[in-house]
Write a protein that binds this ligand. Structure first.
Ligand code: ADP
Ligand code: MG
Length: 287
């Protein structure tokens, strides 16, 4: 275990005092300058007797595309659910932009600038792509529902602003031709693009993507990679879960490896891909 921690030391800033003494001065200086958007500390979650998240600690530096990988069942999606307020943590903390958001409601976490997509896109029956775009994560149903009765003009204004934003984002993603299509009629890959476009409507500072290219054909996979790169260059920070190694390794730096609910290691894509423990975790994965 100490071996694991020392290997990850140049990329994790929350180094316990005991380990810090072994780190050189330049490492300490670097960590002091880091601009952290998301900090996950000692996070824990069990389902009955099953430990899904086991004292997980890592952070996401602003401006990065940070990868989160690990074998099936490693606890990646659970961590997303904990971070974004969809699951309640048993212990530990989640901090977004310096604000403790541990166990806040999803909309409150979204208000702090953290938005997530789902591994399985939500059902969008009876909606066009444009309508699906407008049920963005920051639109609080309770609030807008009340405003509907107290200030209908404000609602109309907000709605047309949202509509214009949705149109602009669909154009940026080059899927504006899909706007009036039933959301259930588009391909799985296009659905993933719509999910990403929809998340961007909330103007996230950090966007968590859960397997954005699962089941997506190679052409759309490239489109998605290009879009993620473009958004990242324009300032959005990403935390990216992806099973497709080529995809995640081409986009992400650093990469955090999760195994059995804990962080196994963190590093640059090259280090990760050649690390014996990571290879072993994948070979023994799914148990
Ligand atoms: P990953 O996304 O890395 O494949 P998950 O986070 O989905 O892994 O799952 C981690 C473990 O937690 C698995 O054993 C899974 O069955 C369990 N788990 C996840 N969510 C729940 C839940 N809501 N109830 C019970 N067990 C769950
Ligand atoms: Mg998952």
């Amino acid at each position: 275990m100490s071996d694991t921690e020392s290997l990850a030391d140049d990329s994790s800033t929350e180094t316990p005092a005991a380990e810090q003494s072994t780190a050189d001065a330049s490492t300490t200086d670097q960590s002091a300058e880091k601009d952290i958007v998301l900090e996950v500390e000692d996070l824990q979650k069990s389902f009955g007797g099953l430990v899904a998240t086991d004292h997980a600690t890592f952070e996401v530096e602003r401006g990065t595309i940070t990868g989160l990988i690990g074998p099936n069942g490693a606890g990646k999606s659970t961590i997303f659910n904990l971070i974004s307020g969809f699951y309640e943590a048993d212990g530990g903390s989640v901090t977004v932009n310096g604000t403790d958001v541990t166990n806040m409601e999803p909309y409150q976490v979204a208000d702090e600038g953290l938005i997530r997509t789902f591994q399985t896109p939500r059902k969008l029956e009876g909606m066009t792509v444009r309508e699906a775009m407008l049920i963005g994560p920051r639109n609080q149903p309770g609030e807008s529902f009340l405003t509907l009765f107290t200030d209908p003009d404000a609602v109309n204004e907000a709605e047309s602003a949202n509509l214009a934003d949705a149109q602009r984002i669909l154009e940026e993603f080059e899927i504006d031709h899909l706007a009036t299509q039933p959301a259930t009629d588009i391909s799985g890959g296009q659905m993933k693009l719509v999910e990403l476009a929809r998340a961007m409507l909330a103007e996230p500072e950090i966007l968590l993507l859960d397997e954005p290219v699962a089941g997506v054909n190679p052409t759309l996979r490239n489109t998605l990679a290009d879009q993620i790169r473009r958004l990242n260059e324009q300032g959005t920070t990403f935390l990216l879960i992806e099973h497709d190694m080529e995809f995640v390794m081409s986009l992400a730096d650093p990469v955090v490896v999760l195994n059995q609910g804990s962080v196994l290691m963190e590093g640059e894509p090259d280090e990760i891909q050649t690390d014996e423990r990571v290879i072993e975790a994948y070979l023994g994965g799914g148990t």
